[in-house]
Design a protein around this ligand. Structure first.
Ligand SMILES: Cc1cc2nc3c(=O)[nH]c(=O)nc-3n(C[C@H](O)[C@H](O)[C@H](O)COP(=O)(O)O)c2cc1C
Length: 180
């Protein structure tokens, strides 16, 4: 399967990056995996000009939007990785998702599995993780995609995620869900 992972964190060696790297390692044996780093791409905010609607789904902005949209289109599974920023996904990842408006009708025609990997500083019982999982699930439903797994981790400082006692178990659960 063609799997596209997106790291919505600005921290190159942060917790989301570590989770996605661990996942990538396990998935690489059986799948074609690509990891997009939001910090090394320029995706400017959607202007809501809707020029894309007259333009075969191509955004008019001269940045990395169209490259990103093509990669999303080609993937059979998308792993959205994000830190929690103010009870939601990061602004960096949201900028990517806002641009899905350009291809939403095209995207709806190609089924995909989606996974969310969310890392926040607050404890695992805080409601933010449910809210964010629900948002990824609703976005996926809207696009006729299947949200198969919402994984959340509690870690604050860079590298703390590795100290989570259930880190490896949760990574393996994601792999199992993707492989089903
Ligand atoms: C701007 C900002 C907002 C944050 N908001 C939250 C929040 O609402 N809830 C939370 O649990 N953690 C919050 N955090 C903490 C991060 O989610 C946490 O440090 C996480 O491990 C960062 O992941 P990363 O290393 O992949 O960037 C926030 C951090 C920043 C910088």
């Amino acid at each position: 399967m063609k799997i596209l992972m997106i790291n919505g964190s600005p921290r190159r060696t942060g917790n989301t990056a570590l989770a996605l790297q661990a996942l990538e390692k396990k998935l690489q044996a059986d799948h074609e995996v690509e990891l997009l780093q939001s910090y090394s791409m320029t995706v400017t905010p959607c202007l809501a000009c809707l020029e894309c609607k007259k333009n075969d789904g191509f955004c008019v902005q001269r940045d990395d939007t169209n490259t990103m949209l093509q990669k999303i289109n080609d993937a059979e599974c998308i792993v959205f990785g994000t830190p929690v920023f103010w009870i939601g996904m990061s602004g960096q990842l949201k900028l990517f998702i806002d641009k899905f408006v350009a291809r939403q009708n095209i995207f709806k025609q190609k089924p995909k599995k989606t996974v969310s990997v969310v890392v926040g500083g607050s404890g695992p019982k805080t409601r933010q993780y449910e809210l964010i999982a629900e948002q990824f699930s609703s976005i996926s439903n809207f696009l006729c995609w299947n949200h198969i797994c919402s994984a959340s981790f509690s870690a604050f400082g860079i590298g703390d995620i590795i100290k989570c006692p259930d880190f490896e178990t949760k990574i393996q659960e994601i792999v199992t869900a993707i492989n089903q």
